[in-house]
Design a protein around this ligand. Structure first.
Ligand SMILES: NC(=O)c1ccc[n+]([C@@H]2O[C@H](COP(=O)([O-])OP(=O)(O)OC[C@H]3O[C@@H](n4cnc5c(N)ncnc54)[C@H](OP(=O)(O)O)[C@@H]3O)[C@@H](O)[C@H]2O)c1
Length: 339
């Protein structure tokens, strides 16, 4: 029997200049065929919107190819198998995949990874237990090589990666964790709910001045989600032999021209600093260790799952634009409704 299902999906139809606009995207409704041999059909529950997607909207060489125009926005999603023609997955299985902003995803069974059994909510596999959590864990522990007693500064501290990086640093013995975020409410959230020792709103002054007030004796580790002025401030505040994990530079993602670098790079020499960029995708061999540690903290209630949920696949572009503007606390997700 032929399926009568249809799926709403979001296509990129124009490459943004500066800040992305809703008119850069289109909502398209497509018929969903039944799975063929070896295929499975998945009904999505949550879609991920992520800052790296801004880079893929450009027609430029990068570590990931650009999104195609007129095609569905790909990206991580989690959902349930509703029909399977593969012995590897059965109806009812929860799966992760990269087929993006759509209600239903159809593909070969190998395109879907089974969500490990456990009590964690499905959405956690796009956040604390997913790529975002692993980015925070790898960045703090392996790239910045956190040592017990370190003073740590995390920018983007109320966001998905930053909120976890600060909590992981604390759980692994940091002496003091300082964060920066874009509003007074986020600063309160970071300190009161996530347990950071201090935080500042970077709109209230220069990051260098505000960081000097929050960490008067300097810092040992900087977890950089923002780049630009924040990175310059951190280079100034790092103590001798300090380390920075360069995770992202969101302050520059909408820029049409490359921004000038930090003006104080020469400090790296005298202070013997290490600044190291990384991509979480290079560290898949660490996934089991990450899941064991962070999954354990989550089960014990020692790490806070924090997310902002926008309803409806049709609102994925608004969720993405909102993410870039700082409308989220924790992981920004789109919940997919339907029957
Ligand atoms: N290296 C990797 O493998 C890897 C993997 C995942 C993510 N990342 C990077 O990690 C960073 C955080 O990603 P995420 O998924 O956790 O996103 P997120 O922090 O949850 O969301 C983005 C946040 O960026 C902040 N922001 C926007 N414009 C800014 C500006 N001009 N200056 C300072 N902050 C600004 C906003 O918070 P405010 O309200 O505080 O401004 C916004 O909430 C991004 O740079 C991303 O590209 C890297």
């Amino acid at each position: 029997m032929k399926s009568s299902r249809s799926s709403k999906e979001i296509h990129l139809i124009a490459r943004p200049h500066g800040e992305p606009q809703k008119s850069d995207f289109a909502l398209v409704e497509t018929a969903v065929p039944d799975p063929g041999p070896g295929q499975v059909l998945v009904r999505n529950r949550f879609l991920s919107v992520d800052p790296y997607m801004r880079g893929r909207m450009r027609d430029a060489r990068s570590y990931v190819p650009p999104f195609a125009l007129g095609a569905v926005m790909t990206g991580m999603a989690v959902g349930e198998v509703v029909a399977s023609q593969s012995p590897d997955l059965a109806a009812g299985d929860s799966v992760l995949h990269d087929l993006g902003w759509r209600e239903y995803a159809l593909g070969p069974a190998a395109a879907f990874g089974r969500v490990p059994a456990g009590d964690a909510p499905l959405s956690a596999w796009l956040g604390v237990l997913g790529m975002v959590g692993m980015t925070a864990w790898v960045g703090i522990l392996e790239i910045a090589a956190l040592q017990p007693g370190d003073v740590v500064f995390v920018s983007g501290a109320a966001g998905a990666v930053g909120s976890l990086a600060g909590q992981i640093a604390r759980l692994r013995g940091a002496a003091r964790v300082v964060g920066s975020a874009g509003s007074a409410a986020k600063v309160r959230y970071v300190c009161d709910d996530l347990g950071f020792d201090a935080a500042f709103n970077y709109h209230e002054g220069s990051p260098a001045q505000l960081l000097a007030e929050a960490a008067p004796d300097g810092i040992d580790v900087y977890y950089d989600n923002v780049g630009g002025e924040h990175l310059e401030a951190a280079i100034g505040a790092l103590r001798p032999r300090g380390r920075a994990a360069l995770c992202g530079a969101i302050s520059q993602y909408n820029a049409e021209e490359p921004a000038p670098g930090p003006r104080n790079l020469a400090l790296l020499i005298g202070k013997r600093l290490t600044l190291r960029g990384f991509l979480v995708g290079d560290h898949v061999d660490r996934r089991a260790a990450f899941l064991a540690e962070v999954g354990g903290w989550l089960a014990e209630g020692r790490i806070r799952l924090s997310e902002t949920i926008v309803d409806g696949v049709e609102n994925a572009p608004a969720a993405f634009i909102g993410l870039m503007r700082g409308e989220n606390v924790g992981k920004m997700l789109v919940r997919v409704g339907g029957d």
